[in-house]
Design a protein. Structure first.
Length: 399
């Protein structure tokens, strides 16, 4: 820092006036200006004249850094000294405030629409905080038509609460395109969760489960209630917290299905478990699996399924007619079949090697045998047509 300040206060002497240079500014000045004349000054230019030049595209602080820190030889040393004093006196900020026109978000988006995607994104990243806030408000209104690239840049540079606002203001087609950009960009929790929650909200399940969607939106801004990490699977709900596997951050559609599953457990009021064994029991887990099937069948890509069960449940749901047919009953039968297979595998392991059981009483041979009987009875009823109750009629035993 001392060396930089010394360079500013003791600038190099200007070139001879008899041989004016035409060298284009380098570094910051070169990147921000179109021609050497943008930051060049005549031999007798005063600080005031330079700082107030109508055709100078840089902000005052940007102009100062651009012309001097990058060694622009066209600016007389005396002018630099006056500029430095102006910065110390705070006059630079005052001049900027007077001259800066109010930010027009609509006009800004109009200009971005004419730029290549990468340039448009960089323009968004370069916004000041007040400008970013104004752009968020404009996009959230639903009255603008920003590109997916612009939306992606905006949500990447925004806090969780603003991400939700922005995504709610864009059309379905743009949201799908943003999801593709998220997949290609790499994991970023706030962005991945925001897109996933909005995708879930726009499914038929989301439209008919507004309380659960509102819960997810609220949780998306609170890492103590919704976070990523080790779950033992794709997701979990324990002690009031929803967790999801890290690998889902680059697969928003799959994350949407997992979040829908886990928030269902949250509204059941019980911790979840895999394969129907635990606090939520088989009925609670089946209800959550039906949600997984609904969401994945509507927005999921079978080729990107994070687990074979996703495609299996979605296929069963769709073939049975979905919500208007016997989709829930089909998912129920498929889930019970899976649970029974898992229980029988555990029984075989315990018989072959009694030491394979953990110290948990629920993992003993006797426990798995009892569990398998519960699953078998439920599966027999489902196949006999007695397990086709509506989800609202499914009883979930709460803690």
């Amino acid at each position: 820092m001392d060396r930089v300040m010394t360079t500013i206060r003791n600038p190099p002497p200007p070139p001879p006036t008899s041989a004016p240079t035409t060298t284009k500014p380098s570094g910051l000045a070169g990147a921000l200006t179109a021609t050497p004349s943008d930051t060049a000054a005549k031999p007798n230019t005063t600080a005031s004249e330079f700082l107030n030049a109508k055709d100078r595209p840089l902000s005052l602080s940007g102009a100062f850094r651009g012309v001097k820190l990058n060694g622009n030889p066209d600016l007389p040393a005396g002018t630099v000294s006056e500029m430095f004093k102006a910065i110390d006196a705070g006059k630079m900020q005052a001049d900027t405030a007077k001259k800066a026109p109010p930010f027009d978000a609509a006009a800004f988006l109009g200009k971005l629409s004419k730029l290549p995607a990468k340039e448009a994104q960089n323009a968004v990243y370069g916004l000041s905080e007040p400008e970013r806030t104004a752009l968020v408000k404009a996009v959230a209104s639903g009255k603008t038509s920003p590109s997916a690239e612009v939306v992606h840049a905006l949500i990447k540079s925004s806090p969780s609460a603003d991400i939700a606002k922005v995504l709610q203001g864009i059309p379905d087609a743009t949201l799908k395109s943003v999801s593709k950009l998220v997949k290609a960009d790499g994991p970023m929790p706030t962005v991945g969760v925001g897109v996933a929650v909005e995708l879930a909200a726009r499914t038929q399940w989301g439209k008919s489960h507004k309380a659960e969607v509102a819960d997810l939106r609220k949780r998306s801004t609170d890492f103590t209630k919704l976070t990523n990490g080790e779950t033992g699977g794709l997701g979990s709900y324990r002690d009031g917290k929803i967790k999801y596997a890290d690998k889902l951050l680059t697969n928003p559609e799959a994350l949407a299905a997992v979040l829908g599953h886990e928030v269902t457990h949250a509204h059941q009021g019980v911790d979840c478990c895999a394969d129907g064994k635990g606090p939520s029991g088989p009925e609670g887990e089946i209800q959550a699996n039906v949600v997984t099937a609904q969401i994945w069948a509507e927005i999921g890509d079978p080729a990107t399924s994070p687990d074979p069960s996703f495609n299996g449940y979605a296929e069963a749901w769709t073939k049975a007619g979905g919500a208007k047919g016997n989709g829930a009953a089909a998912v129920r039968e498929r889930a019970l079949t899976k649970y029974l297979e898992n229980a029988n595998e555990k029984i075989a392991e315990r018989k072959k090697n009694p030491d394979s059981a953990s110290k948990n009483a629920d993992d003993s041979l006797e426990s798995w045998q009892a569990t398998a009987k519960v699953f078998q009875d439920a599966l027999d009823k489902a196949k006999a047509g007695k397990g086709t109750r509506k989800l609202s009629e499914v009883e979930v035993k709460k803690k």
